[in-house]
Design a protein around this ligand. Sequence first.
Ligand code: SF4
Ligand code: SF4
Length: 385
Amino acid sequence: MPIKIKMADISITNLCNLKCKHCGAYVNNKINNTDLKKEIFYKIFNDLNKHECRFIIFSGGEPFVRKDFIDILQHLDILGIKYCILSNGTLITEEIVDKLTTLSNLAFVRISIDFFNFEVFSKWRGINLKDHDFYNVFGWLKAANIPYGVGMTILPENINDIHALLIKSKELGAFFFRGIPVIPIGRASKFKLDSEFYYECFKTMLIAKATHEKRVMRTLLLPEEIGDLYKEVIFCCGGAESEISIDSDGSVSTCPLLKSNPSFGNIVNLPLSEIIPKIRHWKNKTQEAILNDKIDPCWECSDKPECKAGCLTEILSRPGEKLQSMCLKLFWQRIFNEIVVTPDCRRAVNSILYDMQINSKNTLVRDCYRSFPLWKVTLRDNAIF
Ligand code: SF4
Ligand code: SF4
């Protein structure tokens, strides 16, 4: 029986046309192109199909730097695996949108907007672009009936832009908005991102979800004290379990945010069936070592055996400091002691639980911090992404 991998993150290129100051991708900005040829990706898709992969997230670099990107997706369509595209939006032309309409399994395109003020945003990305030239892409996607969303990386510099960007996303007709705290990797390693910042992101996104998401779904029975729900929720890391990451040179890792280890092997030379057990072994050993290190706040926690200190990247990306986990569970407990729980807030929590339930076999277990439904605000009724 092949090992089941539900989802794959594929960096289709390591090249990008921009130089965003927070970029976590290990991007070489056209200095060193190690991207695999499209034919190799076709083999990778077949291998993923054998492992019953049902969804692929394509990112980069910037995927549309590759002139053969649409050809690659057309080939993937033969296998029936669904996929989405994460893009900076600046290379998508009307002609490309036309070609996207020929794809049968494209679930959505997510375009990043990190600042409300366009001049600040352009400077941050190192590009000279007029706002109307950039925002055109949303009109083309809308006219072509392709679902699209807005993605924001939350930074200390832009956390106050979340509400304005949500309003902008609605104006642009986006199906969803996704705002997620930056991880201190790549160019973002210089930012000061402690647990207080992470908690602020959690709080701001909860309030934003309560304010802007007017979603109607079947009612779940929420307890009177929704703060108590933190006891029921486990956030663990699904990297190398339900999800795998493949870099543009074929190296495989637990997750796109963790650098792959050369000893795992490269998918060009080895099948996933040989690589996955090696990655899982590394992951188990790493988690064990972390927990033996009496990491804060996990070492006395009763959920430790299942949670294993949460997001591995969050822990490993802070070298030099004492290891610390960003415990979403404790943020959940704290926030409901601090804010006034309004009916909108209860509806937002209901929406989070609903998504956790439909996306997970195990009612309230979330297998990646990044996919926690708190980070996503659905902007169109009952749109599920
Ligand atoms: S304290 Fe650590 S082990 Fe416990 S739930 Fe939080 S992240 Fe997981
Ligand atoms: S929990 Fe963290 S390390 Fe694990 S897959 Fe998600 S982002 Fe990656």
